[in-house]
Design a protein around this ligand. Structure first.
Ligand SMILES: NC(=O)c1ccc[n+]([C@@H]2O[C@H](COP(=O)([O-])OP(=O)(O)OC[C@H]3O[C@@H](n4cnc5c(N)ncnc54)[C@H](OP(=O)(O)O)[C@@H]3O)[C@@H](O)[C@H]2O)c1
Length: 301
């Protein structure tokens, strides 16, 4: 599974080139590198501009490239429905261009991709614990964002230097960040209640750095094992953060009336990641350890 990259020689000190300086995941990655004493530089090129990426590689001479750049839409992925060309430019043309220039230089590219390319179906139904595996073919193209991400994942399979990390509903311990899934659902007027696979960034981003160091490639379901539902998270929020917190649920049909593109709900099978990193916590354990305990505001019982 390892790529015999230029950066893999043991005598060469690590140097990461990271795309997505102003983004959520890219920003966190830089902080982690600083904390771990890893030399890194943020890329200044735009993904769709091949010569700007080549210039970055020539100047920085990285051992590994991390791609946390992409368009996710503001305020949410519905933006992509009305900005299809812009979405293609970065998420398709851009991501493929970066993979291609990295391959030319023999560099591993760790790509923060998405697991929102699957939806529960008859063989992977809610509550069965049967999740989608890395080799399963995406079955959710309900939103333009997901559709293009699924296409790119398929094309990137041909690049032996790429490590595709299927991130889902990312959560961090920063509960003031409006991008955090927990923050989002505590602020919604109404929420659906569906179990999903999710990514605890505080636990998994350091793992992605380790995956880079190991030169791991291929597709990885990049979520904590198991699922958690919206209501289970909101119950934890009430128990740890705000005892007076209340919320209202609504159905998928009612949700469909307030969003433009359908959203994906699924369980991903995290066995492959757990085998590589046996210390990986289940989603509920990770939520408590990395998010709710450090933020606890309610008195200990
Ligand atoms: N957040 C989620 O819910 C989520 C879930 C699953 C997967 N992911 C994936 O993880 C990746 C990072 O997500 P995020 O939440 O950190 O995104 P984010 O906060 O929206 O940040 C995106 C970053 O990408 C950069 N960018 C956009 N277009 C670019 C281009 N053409 N060339 C170079 N840089 C460009 C932005 O820089 P500028 O400001 O300069 O444009 C920004 O730094 C995305 O690919 C996303 O699809 C995110």
């Amino acid at each position: 599974m390892g790529f015999p990259a230029n950066g893999s020689s043991t005598d060469k000190p690590l140097k990461f080139l990271i795309y997505g300086r102003t983004g959520w995941i890219g920003g966190l990655l830089g902080k982690l590198c600083e904390a771990q004493g890893i030399d890194f530089v943020y890329g200044s090129g735009r993904l769709e501009n091949r010569s700007s990426l080549e210039a970055d590689l020539a100047t920085v001479k990285p051992t590994h490239v991390f791609n946390a750049a992409g368009v996710t839409g503001r305020p949410n992925v519905d933006w992509c429905e009305s900005h299809k060309v812009e979405t293609i430019r970065t998420n398709v043309v851009g991501t493929l261009t970066l993979a291609d220039v990295c391959r030319e230089k023999g560099l591993v590219m760790i790509n923060y991709a998405t697991g929102c390319i699957f939806e529960y179906d008859s063989e992977h139904s809610i509550g069965t614990g049967v999740g989608f595996k890395e080799e399963d073919k995406p079955n959710f193209i309900g939103s333009f964002y997901s559709k293009t991400k699924a296409m790119v994942e398929d094309l990137l399979k041909n690049y032996e230097n790429v490590c595709t990390l299927r991130v889902r509903m990312p959560i961090s311990s920063d509960l003031s960040n409006p991008r955090n899934f927990i923050t989002k659902i505590t602020r919604y007027e109404k929420v659906v209640d569906i179990p999903n696979s999710m990514t605890i960034l505080d636990e998994l981003l350091p793992i992605s750095i380790e995956m880079g160091k190991r030169n791991l490639t291929g597709i990885w379901n990049f979520t904590n094992p198991g699922v958690v539902s919206h209501n289970e998270i909101l119950e934890m929020y009430r128990d740890y953060i705000d005892p007076n917190f209340t919320w209202k649920n609504f159905t998928l049909e009612e949700q469909a009336k307030v969003i433009i593109a359908p959203r994906s709900n699924n369980e991903l099978d995290a066995t492959k990641l757990k085998e590589e990193f046996p210390e990986l916590l289940s989603i509920k354990e990770s939520l408590i350890l990395y998010v709710f305990k450090p933020n606890r505001k309610t008195p200990l019982a």
